[in-house]
Design a protein around this ligand. Structure first.
Ligand code: ZN
Ligand code: ZN
Length: 336
């Protein structure tokens, strides 16, 4: 657990500053915004991220050729979405590393972060930095990915162009000092180590597919085919699917859905993305109470990630799971 308390090195500091709220807690009108100030003509295109995204999307049609397609491969989408993205990104990167919504042993924290890296959504430190800035400035300048710029920008456009405000060592020092002082997150951040970590997991999935193919078919051709099916569906298709599922929180869950609480931004509870992300789509609830590890607040707002964490708490793996602060939420409630 991090213990430092610098200006923005703790999640409390990073999320508690409500610098855009008005006196009465009203949102400012939904005016369009330009891109963040430090995204301009001098900004570099981030080819190292853009190229894999383009290549993975171009590979989608191949996955439907009979040679690569398999129905059990399709099962990798919900299964991989749950393991790598809901547990890795939702519970790990988001509810634990960004907001410190529960406590756990270091080995378990690293396990969640490692699963998150296998979702190819950047390193833990980078992801957390961007998300802490998002909470601090949601739908106001300089929110890195508000749909007030454009829906495409919020969904994926912001990923491909360098925002110089977010890439300086001063930004890392200000927003994620806690993670940068941790040797594992520092190592993942250095060079492109997180990319190599992702590549290693892809090789592992491919090798497991080869083993299954060999045991199942006993032929060289069958071994290769099953291995490639695992690679296509267990890695490439699953990664593309979970990219859009996660990106949808930044775009759709700031545009479409209902609001339980008056908050200073445009966050929405979007049932479709709540279903797809296993709970992250209850995004208005989350913005109203960022620290809470429980994003579903009403009985029908099913939050599978929180249910998983509650079971892990019962089993003694994690502790101090932060529940909604009902007194504070009542004051923001829009319920009649
Ligand atoms: Zn948001
Ligand atoms: Zn958050």
């Amino acid at each position: 657990m991090q213990t430092s308390s610098p200006a923005y090195g703790t999640p409390e500091d990073a999320i508690a500053k409500d610098i855009h709220s008005t006196e009465h807690g009203e949102r400012v009108g939904r005016e369009r915004l330009p891109k963040p100030e430090k995204v301009d003509g001098q900004s570099r295109i981030l080819w190292e991220y853009m190229l894999p995204v383009i290549v993975f999307h171009l590979l989608i049609p191949l996955a439907f050729l009979p040679y690569f397609f398999s129905w059990w491969g399709v099962l990798f989408l919900p299964l991989g979405n749950y393991i790598f993205t809901s547990i890795g990104i939702g519970a790990g990167y988001h509810r634990l590393l960004t907001h410190r919504g529960f406590k756990c042993p270091k080995w378990f924290e690293y396990l969640l972060a490692a699963l998150g890296v296998c979702s190819f959504q950047d390193s833990p430190a980078r992801w957390v930095l961007v998300h802490r800035v998002h909470h601090q400035h949601s739908d106001h300048q300089p929110d890195p990915h508000t749909p007030r710029v454009s829906a495409f920008w919020a969904h994926m456009g912001w990923l491909f162009i360098d925002n110089r405000d977010l890439s300086t060592s001063a930004a890392y020092e200000r927003y994620v000092r806690d993670l940068m002082r941790d040797p594992f997150y520092f190592w993942l951040q250095r060079g492109m180590n997180w990319v190599w970590f992702y590549a290693a997991h892809a090789v592992l999935v491919f090798a497991t597919g080869l083993l299954v193919g060999w045991l199942w078919t006993g032929t060289g051709a069958g071994t290769l085919q099953v291995g490639l099916q695992w690679l296509f569906w267990g890695v490439i298709m699953r990664t593309v699917f979970t990219w859009h599922v996660t990106w949808g929180i930044n775009s759709f869950a700031h545009m479409w859905g209902y609001r339980n609480y008056e908050t200073r931004e445009d966050s929405r509870n979007n049932w479709l993305f709540a279903l797809l992300t296993n709970g992250e789509g209850w995004h208005n609830n989350h913005h109203a109470d960022p620290r809470s590890a429980q994003h579903g607040h009403r009985w029908w707002e099913v939050d599978v990630t929180y249910i998983t964490l509650a079971v892990l708490e019962k089993l003694g793996v994690i502790s101090d799971l932060v529940r909604p602060n009902t007194a504070a939420l009542d004051r923001k409630s829009l319920a009649a």
